[in-house]
Write a protein that binds this ligand. Structure first.
Ligand SMILES: CCCCCCCCCC/C=C\CC(=O)SCCNC(=O)CCNC(=O)[C@H](O)C(C)(C)COP(=O)(O)OP(=O)(O)OC[C@H]1O[C@@H](n2cnc3c(N)ncnc32)[C@H](O)[C@@H]1OP(=O)(O)O
Length: 299
């Protein structure tokens, strides 16, 4: 059940199984409707301040916000609800997990599973990208931790990126380091942000950037002290909100639509391509080795 935090603000815990269709109004505060059962299973929470129209979506999928099928579905449903909710004007994406924005796609979803599973997973990755890259409302990524690969992609879909000034945090599309390849729409999203040459080097080497280096190549727009990431995101959102909405929205769409349309025109082929690529023995071997490396890092 949504709980009132302060005047005009509601906390919305949303497990995918708990979300009902359609938004609803409770007095002055516009929020999403959810049932009250099993709120502890929520992988995200959303706070919507109806006085400003700003929603804060926090990722809370322990340990590292890795993007598995359920988590992706839950994010997508919440984004859809916020998009339909007239009282919401913009969404800040951030993490409730310490030190990690998102560890990227859950490698376990791409390792040792069957083709049907790979296809369903990839479809959900496409869905989240299509939803976020084509999102009509303003999105700001408040990057308060590391953000490799799919985590970087989520950040890249936002209209603005603000990263915590902590050299331990890194961000980038590191796919080649895992022996896998960022698909064309990951590449296009990166290219539209940092330009051709930087994207080319970045993708081939699978480079991960510290916040200050990410700022130099425009991978992020602003680096601020960690404790100011959210407040700066809110201030920035207010600046975006001062622009006439329809004009901003059309401009955003004009910049992004060709890339969105490109994936829309070949979704099934892209899924087939992914399934055939990820099922290869050599790719499975690379992913297995990478997983072992992650585990060994601890010991
Ligand atoms: C021809 C063209 C065809 C196109 C075909 C397409 C091909 C596929 C394209 C796929 C695109 C994107 C891929 C991805 O997003 S892959 C994921 C990439 N992510 C990473 O490389 C991040 C790896 N993780 C880390 O670097 C670190 O874990 C961290 C995030 C910096 C956190 O470090 P930490 O020290 O705080 O925590 P750590 O102990 O390492 O991890 C805790 C546990 O979490 C597990 N884990 C970490 N990341 C992932 C992950 N992405 N998926 C699944 N599990 C993950 C880690 O193993 C630990 O588990 P455990 O506690 O030991 O059991």
């Amino acid at each position: 059940m949504a709980a009132v935090l302060r005047r005009g603000v509601k906390l919305i815990s949303s497990g995918s199984s708990q979300l009902l269709s359609g938004g609803c109004k409770h007095g002055r505060t516009s929020t999403l409707c959810i049932s009250s059962s099993r709120p502890s299973s929520s992988k995200i929470n959303v706070e919507l301040d109806s006085s400003t129209g700003i929603a804060v979506m926090r990722f809370q999928n322990p340990l590292v916000n890795s993007l598995n099928l359920d988590f992706l579905t839950e994010i997508c449903i919440s984004l859809e609800k916020l998009e339909l909710d007239k009282s919401c004007r913009g969404v800040i994406l951030t993490s409730a997990q310490p030190k990690i924005f998102s560890a990227g796609l859950d490698i376990l979803e791409m390792y040792g599973k069957n083709p049907e599973h790979y296809a369903a997973f990839w479809k959900s990755v496409q869905e989240i990208w299509l939803k976020l890259y084509g999102y009509s409302k303003i999105t700001i990524a408040a990057i308060n931790g590391s953000s490799p690969a799919g985590g970087c992609l989520i950040a890249l879909t936002a209209d603005y990126r603000i990263m915590a000034d902590n050299p331990r945090y890194t961000i980038g599309l590191n796919e080649t380091q895992l022996g896998i390849v960022a698909p064309f729409w990951f590449k296009d999203t990166m290219l539209n942000t940092v330009g051709h040459r930087t994207a080319e080097l970045s993708l081939q080497f699978g480079l991960m950037y510290t916040p200050s280096d990410a700022l130099k190549i425009n991978l992020v727009d602003l680096v601020v002290p960690e404790e100011q990431v959210l407040s700066t995101a809110t201030e920035t959102m207010t600046k975006f909100l001062a622009i006439p909405g329809h004009a901003r929205e059309i401009s955003k769409s004009m910049m992004r639509k060709p890339v969105v349309d490109r994936l829309l025109s070949c979704r099934d082929a892209d899924i087939k391509n992914f399934v055939s690529f990820i099922s290869k023995d050599s790719i499975q071997k690379s992913l297995g080795q990478y997983l072992s490396m992650l585990k060994q890092k601890k010991s």
